[in-house]
Design a protein around this ligand. Structure first.
Ligand SMILES: [Zn+2]
Length: 309
């Protein structure tokens, strides 16, 4: 079956954690944190082994998709190409090995345009990035966003500004229904286990959760809830979903905006995880603080170089 890059759905959810004495005193921070941001499980019943198998199948599909890109393809002749030489796969693998895990620092972001084209698979699997959005979404590196809801709009504006400020470019702009390439809308979720969703075409926000004035803080451990605000949380959800539109899949670093507590549901991943590789200093997820980390930012710069936005 042909794998379609643009029919991907990200469900980013918060599971309600009942605040009870039992939970407060018996649940570790780990367990509580891990319940908050599980993304959609494409097949909830699968074991880690079958997850690995399906990830491998997915990667082989991706590789098939990209097999027609050869190292000798010079069709995209550009000034970048003229000034920078391309490297062997081994050389680039060496650069990746020397760079911090999941963080494409300057050496990885200084390759030739031809390298980004011909080593795309290697970079995708090394940095959990993928061409999620259709080319029509980003015209001249900008997506035009329509937010029909008056209550969602102020939150969307903050999330948009966060990415624009971090990337130092207007990657997201507010437009209207006619001009928009990326709608952000409320959805009446059939299932209650997600807050934000990106389906490759639009971002949906779970209206039932959004309109619950106590969500999510009243359902979290007080020690965590006291450090966050509801507005900042929803800004984080929106910014996280915008990150998916840029081609960013989840990471295992808790402070990242694109963090998820497990790799279940990732469409592409360097490795599987069931707990954070590194915890945040506050115990809050990056989404809950709505902060774009250096890793998030470097990955988004890489996806621009890869032509994903
Ligand atoms: Zn997500």
């Amino acid at each position: 079956m042909q794998f379609s890059k643009h029919h991907l759905v990200y469900l980013c959810r918060v599971v309600l954690i009942a605040v009870s004495t039992t939970l407060l005193f018996s649940t570790s921070i780990t367990a509580a944190a891990n319940h908050k941001w599980a993304p959609k499980q494409l097949n909830p019943m699968r074991s880690p082994t079958s997850q690995l198998t399906s990830t491998k199948n997915l990667l082989s599909s991706i590789h098939q998709l990209n097999d027609n890109k050869s190292d000798t393809d010079d069709s995209d002749f550009s000034p970048h190409y003229l000034t920078k030489k391309s490297h062997s796969k081994q050389t680039i693998q060496g650069l990746i090995n020397h760079a911090p895990d999941m963080n494409p620092t300057m050496p990885i972001r200084s390759l030739s345009q031809r390298d980004y084209r011909t080593k795309e698979n290697l970079l995708d699997t090394s940095y959990n990035v993928f061409h999620f959005s259709p080319k029509s979404m980003f015209k001249s590196h900008t997506a035009i966003i329509d937010v029909p809801s008056k209550t969602l709009k102020p939150i969307a504006k903050i999330a948009i500004n966060k990415w624009n400020f971090a990337l130092k470019t207007k990657v997201f702009k507010l437009g209207n229904h006619q001009t928009a390439t990326l709608p952000i809308k409320f959805a009446q979720a059939a299932s209650n286990n997600w807050d934000g969703l990106y389906n490759g075409q639009k971002i949906l926000i779970n209206e039932r959760h959004f309109t619950d004035p106590k969500y999510p803080t009243a359902y979290l451990k007080p020690a965590l809830a006291s450090q966050m605000t509801i507005k900042r949380y929803w800004t984080g959800v929106m910014a996280h979903e915008l990150g998916h539109t840029l081609g960013l899949d989840h990471t295992a670093y808790q402070a990242d905006l694109m963090y998820a507590p497990t790799s279940n549901g990732n469409l592409i991943t360097k490795y599987l995880w069931e707990k954070p590789v590194q915890r945040s200093s506050t115990g809050l997820d990056g989404t809950e603080t709505a902060r774009i980390s250096q890793r998030d930012l470097d990955r988004a710069k890489l996806t621009q170089l890869l032509g994903y936005w």
